[in-house]
Design a protein around this ligand. Sequence first.
Ligand SMILES: CC(C)(COP(=O)(O)OP(=O)(O)OC[C@H]1O[C@@H](n2cnc3c(N)ncnc32)[C@H](O)[C@@H]1OP(=O)(O)O)[C@@H](O)C(=O)NCCC(=O)NCCS
Length: 184
Amino acid sequence: MKNIIFESDRIRVRKLDYSDIPVITRWWNDGSLMKDMGFINGMGITESSLLSRFEKQLSNNNAILESRMFIITDVKTDNEIGELQYGELDLENKKCRIAIKISEINYQGKGLGEESLSLFIDYLTSEFGLNKIEIDTIHDNIRAYRLYEKLGFKEIERIKDYWTDDQGNKHDIIFMEKVISAIC
Ligand SMILES: CC(C)(COP(=O)(O)OP(=O)(O)OC[C@H]1O[C@@H](n2cnc3c(N)ncnc32)[C@H](O)[C@@H]1OP(=O)(O)O)[C@@H](O)C(=O)NCCC(=O)NCCS
């Protein structure tokens, strides 16, 4: 299958495709998933708004872009189970920001978040020669914070009341980074 960036015994990760738009729309509108990012009612987005948002990468499959989304699939069933993203790619300073969701809730808590993120970091490091990877989470998201710590990210800044959700609740944000050590 084309556009695969890596795979393991359990997961396959590939570039975003036009056919993924309906499933991402479903995920991003699902409050039971999106509550961990502060959207307890989901994001209220449409397929056409997502198409516009991702059009550049969907129509430029081979270009190096400043941001890209990838889909995690279950190797056994080929079903979509989550997403990985990089953004703010800065080739001069050899860094980028990343994000992850294991979006099918019955796939969470099985080690797939850790495996996907760890392999994604390896992929980005070798693909772009990165020295540093940044990540962030709202402070309420203990699972994400613990996962990032486990993979070697260190907290560098915490900003109080950074973001107000649609219920009027304020959330602190935590910025973390992982310095990539050179392999001799
Ligand atoms: C956060 C998320 C990526 C973790 O992936 P996962 O597959 O559920 O987690 P894993 O089974 O791979 O667990 C890996 C590590 O994460 C942390 N973790 C996972 N579940 C946890 C929980 N319920 N409480 C605390 N830490 C937890 C632990 O450090 C765990 O390592 P351990 O098993 O050795 O303790 C996933 O739950 C998810 O996508 N959640 C919804 C979206 C989200 O919050 N994305 C992050 C946005 S900032």
